[in-house]
Design a protein. Structure first.
Length: 396
């Protein structure tokens, strides 16, 4: 079965995480994604993380369902070849630092000269202008500048903390993929392409505003120093394992009080309303923790679930992949990669009742489909052979 983006061609000049995760999401939905890599400097993700022979877990998990094309864009022949490949593309996406595409001759105006209605997508760290726009950027840098590290710390007075996953990179990928589909819809209605710009900083600040920028929302009422209601996470220790318990609503708080054997807490003036429970959160959570240490995790989960209190076991990664809910969702699948061997991955989160894509194809070798892609672009056998011989194109 074909995915919802079948027959959409995307030329992907991105590397590492933010761009490749965006284009893999689109490829998972059926788009024909042509992953273009430099001959001399392929995607950095090929050598980052666990794995071997240019197939690390990072590369595998961000590049499935793509075809591989390898060109030397610094050579005129390589650049010309890319422009011909882009001639019938619906989308061209890049995440070079500002100024690089101009030097390579693959900026928006260069692509639009051969494909006037193309959707040209630029991913950057900080944006196209401003004091930080030309700085090299990685995920921790964006976490620092966006305020995310101080939010993770819990208070402006505490030591800033990184989120222990590359949230800005992956969030930017999701935002970019959504923006591409919106631009495609606009083009379908009007025939008009456009330039879509996404910065990692913009993506994270927009993301944080939904729930973490309350005192900055009301103009002229900003709080000088941010403090947290509590520094205690909603992760509790029991006699055996850790569990998470979250009683937000009045009904859930009342049920928790009864479940842990302290109905008198319901009448405690400090906990009468959600606002008061938030104000006295440290005391409330410490009292809850004291009680939960009296039994094992399995017993508490049974008691709390029966009482209607939201709760769950805290799982390690190895425990998570074996959990029956993961199996029920058919969330993980295994495939045989021709070089990396047997691999396990998570399927796309969105499931389509009509246009679900068939079995995935493995992440490509560098330039694995170079000749086929060039042939699709109208190159003759002789032209392809000439490009390969000149070192302007490469196929592994």
């Amino acid at each position: 079965m074909s995915g919802p983006l079948t027959n959409i061609k995307i030329v992907d000049l991105t590397t590492v995480i933010s761009g490749p995760s965006a284009t893999m999401l689109l490829a998972d939905q059926g788009a024909d994604v042509v992953k273009v890599e430099s001959i001399k400097s392929p995607d950095h993700a090929r050598g980052a993380g666990f794995g071997e022979q240019q197939f690390t877990s990072v590369f595998l998990n961000n590049n499935r369902n793509k075809r591989g094309l390898s060109l030397d864009l610094k050579e005129p022949e390589g650049r010309s070849a890319l422009l011909r490949v882009c001639k019938d593309a619906d989308v061209v996406i890049q995440n070079f630092r500002p100024g690089v595409v101009e030097r390579l001759g693959v900026a928006e105006e260069d692509i639009r000269a051969v494909n006037p209605s193309v959707i040209y997508v630029s991913i950057s760290g900080f944006g196209e202008s401003g004091p930080l726009s030309h700085k090299p950027v990685y995920d921790p840098i964006i976490q620092a500048v966006s305020g995310l590290t101080t939010i993770q710390a819990g208070s402006d007075q505490e030591r800033p903390r990184l989120v222990r996953t590359i949230l800005p990179d992956k969030l930017t990928g999701v935002v970019t993929a959504q923006a591409v589909t919106s631009a495609l819809f606009h083009k379908l209605r009007t025939g008009e392409g456009q330039h879509v710009r996404v910065s990692m900083l913009d993506a994270v600040v927009n993301f944080l505003w939904a729930s973490d920028m309350g005192s900055q929302t009301f103009v002229d009422k900003e709080v000088t120093q941010q403090r947290a209601a509590t520094f205690i996470d909603l992760i509790y220790e029991t006699q055996t394992d850790y569990i998470s318990v979250s009683a937000m609503a009045n009904k859930q708080w009342s049920a928790l009080c009864d479940a842990v054997g302290h109905p008198e807490w319901k009448e405690d003036e400090r906990f009468k309303t959600p606002a008061l429970r938030d104000l006295n959160a440290n005391t409330r959570l410490e009292m809850t923790q004291t009680e939960l240490l009296k039994r094992d995790a399995e017993t508490w989960l049974e008691i709390l679930e029966e009482a209607g209190v939201p709760c769950a076991p805290v799982l390690t990664r190895n425990q998570m992949i074996e959990h029956p809910q993961i199996a029920a969702n058919a969330l993980l699948f295994e495939t045989e990669h021709p070089i990396a061997g047997k691999i396990r991955q998570a399927r796309p989160a969105a499931r389509f009742s009509v246009s679900q894509l068939d079995a995935p194809t493995p992440a490509p070798k560098q330039g694995q489909h170079t000749q086929a892609i060039l042939k699709d672009a109208g190159f003759s056998e002789a032209e392809i052979a000439s490009l390969l011989a000149a070192g302007a194109a490469f196929e592994s």
